[in-house]
Write a protein that binds this ligand. Sequence first.
Ligand code: MSP
Length: 644
Amino acid sequence: MADCKKFYLTTPIYYVNDVAHIGHAYTTIIADTIARYARLKGMDTFFLTGTDEHGQKIEEAAKLRNKNPQEYADEISNSFRKLWDEFEISYDKFIRTTDENHKKGVQKAFKIMFEKGDIYKGEYEGNYCVSCETFFTQTQLIDKEFCPDCGKPTRKLKEESYFFKLSKYEKQLLDWYKEKTPILPKAKANEVIRFVEDGLKDLSITRTSFEWGVKLPKELNDEKHVVYVWLDALLNYLTALGYGSDDESLVDRYWPADLHIVGKDILKFHAIYWPAFLMSLGFELPKNIAAHGWWTRDGEKMSKSKGNVINPKEVADAYGLENFRYFMMREVPFGADGDFSEKALIDRINNDLANDLGNLLNRIIGMSFKYFDGEIDSSKVKEFYSKELNEVEEIIDSLEPYLYDMQLHKYLEELWKVFSIANKSIEIYKPWELMKENKRDEAMALLGLIANILNKASFKLYAFMPKTMEKLSFALNSSIETDKYTYYIDEKNLLPTFKLNKIDPLFPKIEKPLLKPAPVKVEVAKEKSKETNKDEGIITIDEFFNVSLKIGTIKVAEEVKKSKKLLRLEINLGEEKNRQIVAGIKEFYSPEDLVGTQVAVVANLKPAKLMGMLSEGMLLAAKDENGLHLMRPEAPKKEGTPIK
Ligand code: MSP
């Protein structure tokens, strides 16, 4: 970002096989922060996000839900876009790999690489992990069968395939890593370099065993192949700028990408395959690829079956979107894995935000109105408090390099030192005593010092907490704009004489946890039950609370063909709008009678396949000689209401 006028940054495009979780929100919020920072600095910024919609994984996920892949992709892609809009993510483009323009761009790239001699036809024989959409050699597999990345069983493949000459680019890649050090953080770069030094094999880049993908360019006359999903997906960074369409002017304006932000699991694709494809196509390489770590919850990997996946919307609704943003970027060093604990979130809000920052503003508003009718005059700040002011300027000046290195936590940690200087100055110089001693100028200058610290911080924190900083700036009778950034930050000017605006506290304190607790670990519950309950059939309260029971509304109900017993249902469970459950109730209910009614759902049951369809949960029902009856709430309840 250091010295460029334009700034092009991207998030990964998200697979549409599942709804957004905290990991997706993390990448997107970091990217949003950097994009906002670049815009505030006056850079011509383009921020791209979107969804990755092709491939076997999506085709299979759609089939399990009895949907066609496009219909299914539309639904999930919309849910991503809706969440980013609710999160006020300032993307400039939301790309979908099912967009016609994107598909054209992929075909154009394929043709160019083919004509250049970088693509040849052969036969692929090996193992494929559908979950990671990745090919593996025998030596890479765990126990000759399982995926080294996600641990799931791989599938043996023997297919005719086109290959990309990845091996040809080995040396060029290694030179690039060494000369330009594009990969952040450094530890991750070393892993990539070692991987490439071990030798690269040519990459299979087409598939014939399924159809949900971009077809090869017509000129190749090979209908049965579709483009490998990673080649398709990576090209989004170019097609989003119009590559392959009639208007490629944005490619000229923004390429090369300045920053690709990715999770550590997909760094290999971005730092090896992508630059090799670009070299083949004759494009410049990205300036930086930054890989972040993974989030766990209370020390455990998140998974649907454990029921401990964090829904980012739920956290943002409970604690405030911008508090959540701050927490994610402050709590964990970029690149390291991070643990989401509600306690840590509350501590950050109450200590860093409410105490250090919010309270500081309250205090100067309070004192200024008490002593000076709300007026702040900075004209004597340099006379009385130049040491403090210089320290603050030094800290403010030192921050930006942390952003270039993606050390966002360090940037915030350092920035917080200015609040510490402000709070300490109040304790040391005690404006109330200065007033008693009739040192009005000194007292006013002290309030001026604090107001200027808050003003500078509002610009430096804006990208992290935009709305909150606009409020802070309003309290200081100012506003967040590029010209003012230059005036106050680069040129180090002080605020003019002005009257403070009284505003509500920026960060109300959190008194108690607001999220529903994650399910207790099953192993712990079992242990306890052995110790305390000798009576068979008795369960502990913890064991009971392991079961997540919720109220849902049936949105779709249809018969499962060839099954006497099964109906396929889609149920709105609040945060999840289309949970699919396949229930054995066909003999007792017709689909039309079910739509719109409410039911009790076991929401954290391990998913199972029934007649080839995915069933994620179970309905509660009672059956006796009078038939089967579903358990329903006595009065309508909000979707997702827990049953306790
Ligand atoms: N579709 C590919 C990316 C193609 S980019 C050309 C993909 N999609 S994904 O939806 O599976 O993952 C998207 C991002 O989410 C990845 O960067 C991944 O690292 C991130 N995360 C998924 N789970 C995560 C956590 N639990 N924590 C942090 N990030 C995680 O991969």
